[in-house]
Each structure stands twice: as C-alpha cells, then as structure tokens.
Write a protein that binds this ligand. Structure first.
Ligand SMILES: Cc1cc2nc3c(=O)[nH]c(=O)nc-3n(C[C@H](O)[C@H](O)[C@H](O)COP(=O)(O)OP(=O)(O)OC[C@H]3O[C@@H](n4cnc5c(N)ncnc54)[C@H](O)[C@@H]3O)c2cc1C
Length: 409
C-alpha cells in the first residue's frame, strides 16, 4: 500500500479512533447485544439491526472505508472487536459485505471500486449486502481446485459463468456477488480471476441455505451460477490486465498472487479482531459472574482454580489483540508479512476465542450451558474462527512455510 503514511506502532488510539470506539461500544451494548439471542434463534439476517446501523452511519461504505484508511491501521480491528463483542452473528451480518468490498478493492480498478462497492451497502431505508464467493464443494482449503468456469464470449462482449459456490456469507441475498472463477484451468490457481455479478443478473440463484452451529444471524448459502452472462467490464482489474497476467504465467510459470488469496491476506487481521471481540465478551462476562456467584460462602472467583482461569482468559485476549494490532499496523504501513504475521493473528485469535468461551461456560457452570446465558452462544459463534478464512491448520501451514522456507504440506 504505497499511499499509506508511515506511522509508529502505538497502543494509544488516536482521539478520533478512541471516540469511534466509544460510539461503537454504545451501539454494541444497547442495540447489538440485546438482539443477539433472538436472531441466533431465528437464524436470519437481522435486517432491522442493519437498518439501525445504517441510520447512524455505521453500516456504510464511507464508514468502513474511513476505518480501512485510518493511518494507524487499527481502525478496522477496533470496529470489528466492538461489533463482535456485541454479538458475532449480528456482527457478521454487519461485516460480511466488507469481505466482498475488500476483494474489489484488492483486485479491481478505481472505477470498479466506485461502481460496485456502494451497491454492496445501499443506504438508510434501502440496506444492501455484498457476498464473496470463493469456496466450492470440492474447493475449500484448496482454492486451486475451483471448478467454476468463466468463458469470454467475444461476439457478445460478455463473460459466461458456470459453477456452484458454497458457504457464501450473504450468498443469494446479496445485491452484488464477487465470484472467483477459473479462466484457464490448465494454470490452476494462477488461471483464476474475480468477477462481479451485478444485481439481478439472470442465472445466479441461491442453493441450499445452511443451518449452522454458530453465527446463525449471518446468512450462509450455496450460490448456483448457471450460464450467468456479465459484461466484459465485470472482471476485476480489467480484461487486458488479466490477459497480460495469463500470458506471463504461461511464459514464466508464475505471476502475481491468486485472486482469492489476495482477499484473504488483506482481511486476516480484521477477522482476528472479530474473534478477539467474542473472547473479550466471554472473559468479561465470566469475571463479572465469578465475583457475584457465591458457593461455600464466598464468591467462586476467590477460588484460585477460578481466578487462575480468569487470569489466563484475560491474558490470552490481550495477547491475541496485540498480534492482531501488529498485523493490522504492518498491513497499513505496507510492510510485508515476512513471518506470516497476518496468519499468526488469525490463528491465535481464533483459537483463543474457542478456548476462552469454553472456559466461560465452565465458570458459569450449569448456567453457562443454557440458552438463558449468552456464553454457550458465544462458544458456538467462536468455533467458526478456526474454520473460515483459512482453517487453523492452513494458518499453521502458512506460518510453517514462511518461517522454515520449506514446502510444508
Ligand atoms: C459460516 C461460514 C461462512 C463462510 N463464508 C464464506 C464466504 O463468505 N466466502 C467463501 O468463499 N467461503 C466462505 N466459507 C468457507 C470457508 O472459508 C471454508 O469452509 C474453509 O476454507 C474450509 O474449507 P472446507 O470447509 O471445504 O474444509 P476442508 O478444506 O475440506 O478442510 C477439512 C479439514 O481438513 C483440514 N485440511 C485441509 N487441507 C489441509 C492441509 N493441506 N493440511 C492440513 N490440514 C488440512 C482442514 O484444516 C480442516 O480441518 C464459510 C464457511 C462457513 C462455515
């Protein structure tokens, strides 16, 4: 990111960002958290909450762009931590479009960003969503196995997409879908490109909607692409650049990175911050509970076994946040992740969220195991963070490769 200003790493948030955090915390505490249980049960996109967030300027392309461009790089981590502290299912509905927008920003031209990103958010009274569709039934961790084909019909000046995408957040209900497809299957992942499918394009339909373990207020579904015809300009980066890239790959055997991987690299610290938000919610909730719940004539928190668990939880949350902020700061300064720092943040934050939410259930005892209390939901929600955007195993593989230089498989 050459336009990024150089800024020293600091744990002190700037005044604007500190104020933004307070504002978001207020919204998370008063609107998101109270709605969490209801939308988890309903397993539906919480449109009324999105509306409220749009009304105050939170669910908007402008707000997210401002946070992505925040000079310290900590804008997005701070925003996502607060939203997911409120509730992760609703948080994912509020954040899901950003992954699609990020893929356009990472791979598209300025004109494409200007045309498509605003349509992924809409505005107050007319809220919209974006969806990023990379995963397929046979291509999860292995992005190179993507079978969805994009064929250029020169006579019509159109791309024709065919295939089945799965696990797409907002898939089928989004205004704009970004689809990763293979243009030249003989080149594997190097032969892939990302395409925007404009609103209302015939041939794109929703397949199965998944009923999930957690983040149930976030819609996840298959997206079926059947002879989907889109204008030439819908390939991200433009057709000329794509043709040049494919020619370079054929000539030299390598060129640039994979379209899907570029999106994931850019989004990893943000995803880590979401997990930090859940973990912090659980650690705070359990600490508060442990001071109130009395057994054997004293608060359970006075037992070293419980206090040590709370200590581990608090330390783990802070450690995860530090890795997350470091990665986000490095990304904003345009520093390369030489030690896979982005993957480190996602790995540690995701596993921290699972562990800390489980410990929170333990501290709440029977109450923790019921739906009367939020920690069982947070535990279910946390689990996705070791699976999507690269599983924990894939993060370890990437870190392992980076620090050893070996072709770890
Ligand atoms: C709720 C939800 C939302 C999602 N949202 C999106 C979205 O918006 N867009 C999108 O494109 N995708 C999305 N995904 C897909 C997600 O990114 C994939 O589920 C994830 O990449 C894992 O792929 P998979 O499920 O096919 O698992 P697999 O790749 O089949 O992995 C299964 C297991 O094998 C392990 N494994 C696989 N390969 C290796 C290896 N080489 N070494 C070691 N272990 C390995 C994995 O770590 C895992 O434990 C979402 C998924 C879910 C569940």
């Amino acid at each position: 990111m050459s336009d990024a200003p150089e800024s020293g790493f600091s744990l002190e948030l700037g005044e604007d960002l500190a104020r933004t955090r307070e504002w978001l915390h207020e919204f998370a505490a008063s609107v998101i958290r109270p709605a969490g249980a209801e939308w988890d049960e309903r397993e539906e996109t919480p449109w009324p909450v999105l509306e409220e967030a749009a009304k105050i300027g939170l669910y908007s392309l402008d707000f997210y762009t401002q946070q992505y461009l925040e000079p310290s790089g900590l804008g997005i981590p701070v925003v996502f931590e607060e939203l997911f502290w409120g509730d992760a299912g609703i948080g994912m509905s509020l954040a899901g479009s950003t992954l699609a927008a990020l893929s356009v920003a990472a791979n598209g031209t300025p004109e494409q960003v200007g045309e498509w990103c605003p349509q992924m958010f809409g505005g107050p009274g007319d809220v919209k969503l974006g969806a990023f569709c990379s995963s397929e039934p046979e291509a999860g961790s292995d992005v190179s196995a993507i079978r969805t084909r994009a064929v250029y019909d020169a006579a019509a000046g159109e791309w024709v997409l065919n295939g089945v995408k799965t696990w797409a957040t907002n898939g089928g209900i989004a205004e704009v879908h970004v689809v990763v497809a293979s243009v030249d299957p003989s080149l594997g992942s190097r032969g892939q490109a990302s395409f925007v499918v404009p609103p209302g394009t015939p041939g794109l339909s929703m397949g199965q909607k998944f009923r999930k373990h957690g983040i149930r207020a976030s819609h996840t579904a298959e997206v079926v692409l059947s002879d989907v015809r889109i204008p030439e300009r819908c390939v991200l980066g433009g057709r000329d650049r794509l043709e040049e890239r494919l020619a370079r790959v054929k000539e030299s055997g390598h060129a640039g990175g994979q379209a899907a991987m570029r999106t994931f690299e850019a989004s990893r610290p943000g995803v880590a911050a979401m997990a930090v938000g859940i973990a912090r919610a659980a650690a705070e909730y359990a600490a508060e509970y442990a001071t109130r719940r009395v057994q054997f004539g004293r608060p359970i928190g006075q037992n070293q076994a419980v206090a040590f668990m709370l200590a581990d939880m608090a330390a783990a949350v802070d450690a995860a946040r530090l890795l997350t902020w470091r990665a986000a700061w490095m990304a904003r300064q345009g520093r390369p992740f030489r030690r896979a720092e982005g993957s480190m943040s996602k790995l540690v934050a995701g596993e921290t969220a699972v562990r800390v939410t489980e410990q929170a259930i333990q501290i709440l005892g029977g109450n923790g195991y019921t739906r009367e209390y939020p920690v069982e939901r947070w535990h279910r929600d946390a689990k996705i963070f070791t699976i999507f955007e690269g599983t924990s195993e894939i993060q370890r593989m990437l870190i392992g490769r980076t620090i050893t230089g070996l072709d770890v498989r």
